[in-house]
Design a protein around this ligand. Structure first.
Ligand code: NAG
Ligand code: NAG
Ligand code: NAG
Ligand code: NAG
Ligand code: NAG
Length: 416
């Protein structure tokens, strides 16, 4: 049923005028009432699983397991990875979305977090998993920063599996210990680091994204006290300040001491040096981003995943949205989305304000009202990903690195 739908023309709304795909370059003008399901896409019908024959208990079906809707199997879900849950997803994926596996490292989780595009060289930077046993990182060993040239990925986007064709290069940047989050800042890249042991404190570090990758530390303490483990950082497009999350994953992976500060989100003003807490009440705050106009902040809470301590499924796997006031403070905390798979980790917006998060089965996409519109299904966890400008996405999935092309454009490269 589901598979036959994906092969034919789907009438999405009856009795409405059919309009042509008028302006592919301006996503605001995409108004499509009838579409052909793209070759690498398929429709997933919610009604097909509203009522299941058997619904297993949490010991069998939980946030760590993949849900396979009736009529599908893992192969059919990964074969056509762009899963349409709502008609709005057609605008996100465009006419011919593609997904390409561009690297695989066996067991080493090289492709983890901190994906950030550097437009002047058209490269994507990202980092290895800090603290994962298979990564060989942890207490006395830092993770490594890597990059790829996007033209190499684009050259193989017609293939589904192009492992070996893209050169994954190591970046030898000094003084960046256990980096986890990153964003473009002042034409360079700022990393949020988780620190290491008692001595190496978490910090915000600016890196020049070209040889010799010189670094400058922007912030390494809160009134003389160590942050717990910084996780992610984003620039608010309106006030250009850095907002960053401090969480417990260094402690929960045994490479940072017992936490000395609350789990929360801070803001940092580079001009005055002022640091202030802006939001708390999280279990494990993780990703942070802003809507393209800077009026909303999104924070993911990966509280359900306690790393080395296991899972607690009644804790958050959720995205919270805040209004960003003119003075840069946050208001009106709202539950925006709760993922069905894993936890919502890295989070980014596209230029239309749709919200994407790395989840247990790939990248999930919600419209600005928090409606799930679709998934880029990998069948495994993506902790983070990022846009490389218009229509290009790099998706990190630990041992696997993916390149995707789609209709949506990135939320913007902020000149801070
Ligand atoms: C979640 O489900 C998986 C797969 O059935 C199972 O192996 C695991 O033990 C479950 N987790 C918990 C905490 O029950
Ligand atoms: C880390 O280094 C310290 C000091 O050299 C040493 O005492 C400790 O055993 C090392 N820990 C690990 C996990 O290798
Ligand atoms: C991708 O291709 C490589 C090289 O041929 C192969 O070893 C690997 O198993 C393939 N991976 C998948 C997911 O098909
Ligand atoms: C790195 O060095 C260049 C050239 O001196 C300088 O323009 C840049 O600001 C430096 N970046 C950092 C992060 O230290
Ligand atoms: C899960 O979290 C809830 C809420 O904090 C707590 O009451 C419960 O004891 C936790 N369960 C486990 C197994 O850690």
């Amino acid at each position: 049923m589901m598979i036959s739908l994906s092969l034919g023309l789907v009438v999405l709304a009856t009795g409405l005028t059919v309009q042509a795909y008028k302006n592919p370059s301006t996503s605001h003008h995409r108004r499509l009432l009838q579409r052909v399901v793209p070759e690498q896409a398929q429709v997933i019908n919610w009604k097909s699983f509203n009522v299941l024959t058997t619904v297993p208990p949490p010991t069998e079906a939980n946030a760590t397991t993949l849900f396979i809707p009736p009529g599908h199997d893992l192969a059919s879900l990964t074969e056509k990875p762009f899963h349409i849950y709502d008609d709005e997803f057609y605008n996100v994926i465009g006419d011919n979305p593609t997904l390409t596996l561009i690297a695989n490292t066996g067991t080493n989780p090289m492709f983890h977090e901190a994906a950030v595009w550097y437009p002047p060289t058209d490269e994507m930077f990202f980092v290895q998993n800090a603290g994962a046993a298979a990564a060989g990182t942890g207490l006395n060993k830092s993770n490594i920063i890597l990059k790829i040239a996007l033209h190499e990925a684009a050259a193989v986007s017609n293939l589904r599996n192009a492992t070996g064709s893209v050169n994954v290069q190591t970046v030898n940047a000094p003084s960046i210990i256990n980096s986890n989050g990153a964003t473009n800042y002042r034409d360079q890249i700022v990393f949020a680091t988780a620190g290491q042991g008692d001595e190496s404190t978490p910090q915000l570090v600016l890196m020049h994204p070209r040889e010799p990758y010189n670094t400058t530390i922007l912030l390494n303490n809160y009134f003389g006290r160590q942050f717990n483990s910084l996780d992610d950082v984003a620039v608010n497009p309106r006030n250009k300040e850095l907002y960053f999350t401090d969480t417990l994953y260094g402690y929960l992976q045994h490479y940072r001491p017992t936490p000395g500060l609350r789990n929360q989100v801070y803001r940092y003003n580079d001009k005055t040096g002022a640091v202030a807490a802006v939001a708390d009440g999280f279990t494990l705050p993780n990703g942070v981003t802003f809507s393209p106009d800077g009026s909303y902040a999104y924070v993911t809470d990966t509280g359900a995943n306690h790393a080395d301590w296991g899972w607690n499924f009644s804790d958050p796997a959720s995205i919270y949205r805040f209004d960003v006031k003119e003075d840069g403070t946050w208001d009106n905390r709202k539950l925006f989305a709760y993922t069905d798979s894993g936890v919502t980790d890295g989070v980014h917006c596209d230029s239309d304000g749709n919200v994407y998060a790395g989840c247990g089965d790939g990248v999930q996409v919600w419209n600005p009202s928090g409606k799930l519109v679709g998934k880029i299904f990998l069948g495994k966890t993506s902790a983070n990903f990022n846009f490389a400008g218009d229509g290009r996405l790099v998706i990190l999935a630990e041992e696997d690195l993916y390149y995707a092309t789609l209709g949506a454009a990135g939320g913007g490269y902020i000149e801070a």
